[in-house]
Design a protein around this ligand. Structure first.
Ligand code: FMN
Length: 356
């Protein structure tokens, strides 16, 4: 099973990378990822000055993570003189250096980090006019491929991508955290974390559908650019879905903070098994396939395989129009059934077919 990815002349052993955040915010952690099975490494966003972050700043719930982090709390000096040179002594995989935020910052940060970087990733929070100036600035400062990171609150994101590419970027990272959101501590009658009126930023599995849609639409419009997907990845199938949607590489952060950092190795180990299950020979082959954007489901009535059915009752309970009934066996009432597909999607033993 071939997991390799070649992107702008750099070889990644597999498509999974950590995303910019606290897990890649210091030397100890970066060395961890050099040893781990990920295909490449990304740094926490580096700017001239270290960020001053209000603590606490990270909360995880069952489905998502909330954060109010900024860029790295270490100043450029620490990265350029200590962290990146130490990492460079041992690193065995491509390094993406994440940088922010203004033209003035780039003039100082890029020359001091360039010799360590295989790629630059630019964290942005800007409108299109500022974006053009910033991307032109950074791409004039380096020959290394520059990827611009998309914030999902930008609704005109295809214009955003076009502006980034026209001004010299080679690719896009999609997406940053979603928001602003809010997380409440009912006992304290207060937000658990939050800035500027309780705002926090949302990431993790809850945002994966938004990231997938962005990646797919960007790929359809821009077949030749590099795309690094990010947002909500939690297992090997998610990685494959993002590659099928058009991503060259796939980043993950929040799920590793919800389930532990061993998740990176676990996902990479599971990739060959899942590829076999879905008859995928290589990541490169999957990347070349076109995602079908019309569903293949027929929208017929549910057909229940009574040998498989365990009579757990889930379909009966979730059917929104009460068309599934539990008699001695599960039965579908065709007069009520709206052929929506929910029962088939919820059946834990794949005993329902015929709708999706
Ligand atoms: C605690 C935390 C810190 C983050 N810090 C950065 C950062 O410094 N720079 C950046 O570009 N994105 C940052 N992000 C956004 C992530 O890199 C990523 O785009 C987002 O969380 C979606 O991916 P995920 O669902 O796998 O976490 C941060 C996210 C979290 C949760």
């Amino acid at each position: 099973m071939n997991l390799n990815v070649n992107l702008f002349g750099k070889k990644f052993d597999n498509p999974l990378l950590p995303a910019s955040g606290p897990v890649v915010g210091n030397l100890h952690n970066l060395l961890y990822f050099n040893e781990a099975q990920v295909g490449g490494i990304v740094t926490k966003t580096i700017s001239v000055e270290g960020a001053v972050v209000r603590k606490p700043c990270i909360v995880a719930t069952k489905h998502c993570v909330f954060n109010t982090e900024l860029w790295s709390e270490y100043a450029l000096e620490k990265w350029a003189e200590d962290i990146l040179p130490e990492l460079a002594r041992v690193i065995t995989k491509p390094l993406i250096v994440s940088v922010g935020y203004t033209s003035k910052d780039f003039e100082i940060v890029v020359p001091r980090t360039e010799k360590f970087a295989d790629f630059f990733e630019v964290s942005t929070h800007y409108g299109l006019d500022e974006l053009a100036v910033l991307v032109k600035k950074i791409t004039n400062l380096t020959d290394k491929p520059v990827f611009v990171k998309l914030s999902p609150h930008i609704t005109e994101y295809l214009d955003f991508v076009r502006t980034a590419i026209e001004n010299g970027a080679k690719g896009i990272v999609a997406i940053n955290s979603l928001g602003p959101g809010m997380v409440i501590d009912l006992a304290k009658k207060a937000v658990k974390i939050g800035v500027d009126g309780g705002k926090s930023w949302v990431s993790g599995p809850a945002i994966k559908p938004v990231a997938l849609n962005r990646v797919s639409n960007i790929r359809s419009e821009f077949p030749e650019i590099g795309i690094i997907a990010c947002g909500g990845v939690e297992n090997a199938e998610d990685v494959l879905e993002f590659v099928l949607a058009g991503a060259d590489l796939v980043q993950m952060l929040s799920s590793s903070m919800m389930k532990g950092r061993a998740l990176y190795n676990q996902i990479v180990s599971e990739l060959p098994l899942k590829m076999k299950k879905y008859q995928i020979n290589s990541i490169a082959e999957l990347r070349e396939m076109s995602l079908k954007l019309e569903p293949e489901g027929v929208g017929g009535y549910p057909e229940i395989n009574h040998e498989r059915c365990t009579k757990c009752g889930i379909c009966v309970n979730v059917c929104p129009v009460m068309a599934m009934n539990m008699n001695t066996i599960v039965e579908n009432n065709r007069e009520r059934c709206i052929q929506c597909g929910l029962c088939e999607s919820k059946c834990p033993v794949e005993a329902i077919k015929g709708v999706l």
